[in-house]
Design a protein around this ligand. Structure first.
Ligand code: ADP
Ligand code: MG
Length: 347
């Protein structure tokens, strides 16, 4: 096994039970399925897709905040279902979360010092004095003042609250931070300050990030690897540089061309239509993207194969050859091999 792998998802599926429209029975639906991904030390994996595609669900399953319905999450190669108490605690220390709205996740009754010290309290044997010192250093590291330890969340701006969320996430030296829309609610200038802070911290401490966002500009600024999701499934995954330079999947092309929001007066990328987004409760059979894809035909009613090309980009589409028709010929690369979906892994 690759020693630097921290987290892996293997064919992960998460089902939810929801009430039917009539309000009588409940139905099961899969918010995410067939998810395969890896997070290695020091890298930033961006999970990107429109609202409702299952990003937060995946984040929670990866962090062991909710169990997978099928498949496995591995922490350093070990299934998280089988972790002993000690290893489970090690995982809780190593995998930290930053949320979109830190205010909702910061207890208003506690001081910033108490909030930030929580992981030290839970996962280390530091004395109160050592904790205070570490809190002061961490507050300063994230651009706040040591004296802020006595303030409370309600006294802070959105950007300052997000700095507190980051301080709490980094204080016990985690291996990976899962950031779920962590900068989505911030103004543009504050957003870039926070992204710079996160990049600096990563360079200093070598943490991995799983960065979840619907914002393509964020992806462009920080991603090493990309996982593009649509209706609970991975459409395309691989090196961010490769995918941003030459998106293979019609959905990725739509997502990247639709920055920041689709402009109805501008023609869309030719593969894509503006049709209504289907519901995760009742996804199309076969390729889930086919009802919005102009390349879709009969073949797309069956599940697409996963193609891994020479650059290692894996794409789930029946018509990659036709997507390529719209790419300048010198950029074309023949697929290296095609993995039938039955074998089911991106590796
Ligand atoms: P994203 O973070 O990409 O916006 P989510 O993971 O929050 O997407 O949601 C994926 C799908 O699962 C959505 O259709 C959402 O309504 C549904 N969902 C999320 N959480 C629950 C839950 N606890 N119970 C039932 N359905 C849920
Ligand atoms: Mg979400």
């Amino acid at each position: 096994m690759n020693e630097s792998l921290i987290l892996q998802a293997r064919n992960v599926q998460k089902d939810y039970k929801v009430r039917t429209r009539s309000g009588w029975g409940k139905v099961n639906f899969s918010a995410i399925s067939d998810i395969n991904l890896e997070v290695a030390a020091g890298e930033t994996v961006c999970i990107v897709g429109e609202s409702g595609c299952g990003k937060s669900t995946l984040a929670r399953v990866l962090a062991n905040l909710s169990p997978a319905s099928q498949g496995k999450v591995l922490f350093h190669g070990q299934s998280i279902d089988a972790l002993s108490g000690v290893d489970r605690k090690a995982m809780r220390k190593s995998v930290q979360f930053i949320f979109q709205d830190p205010y909702a996740s910061l207890n208003p009754r506690l001081t910033l010092g108490q909030i930030i010290a929580e992981p030290l309290e839970n996962f280390t044997h530091m004395s109160r004095t050592e904790q205070k010192e570490r809190v002061a250093l961490t507050l300063e590291r994230v651009g706040l003042n040591a004296a802020d330890a006595n303030r409370r969340p309600k006294e802070l701006s959105g950007g300052q609250r997000q700095r507190v969320g980051i301080a709490r996430a980094i204080i016990a030296d985690p291996e990976v931070i899962i950031a779920d829309e962590a900068v989505s609610a911030l103004d543009v200038s504050v957003k870039s300050q926070i992204l710079n802070l996160l990049s600096d911290l990563q360079r200093e401490r070598g943490m991995a990030y799983v960065f979840i966002t619907h914002d393509v500009s964020v992806v462009r600024s920080i991603a090493d690897r990309l996982v593009v999701m649509y209706l609970g499934r991975v459409m395309e995954t691989g090196s961010a540089e490769e995918i941003l330079a030459r998106p293979r999947h019609p959905y990725t092309r739509m997502l990247l061309s639709a920055v920041p929001v689709p402009d109805p007066s501008r023609p869309m990328a030719m593969e894509v239509s503006h049709d209504e987004i289907p519901s995760a409760l009742n996804p199309p059979q076969g390729c889930v993207f086919r009802t919005r894809c102009r390349l879709a035909d009969e073949a797309c009613k069956t599940r697409p194969p996963i193609t891994i090309d020479a650059q290692g980009v894996a794409t789930s589409c029946h018509h990659l050859d036709r997507v390529s028709e719209h790419v300048p010929a010198h950029q074309l690369q023949a697929p290296k091999h095609v993995v039938p979906v039955a074998s089911n892994n991106l590796k």
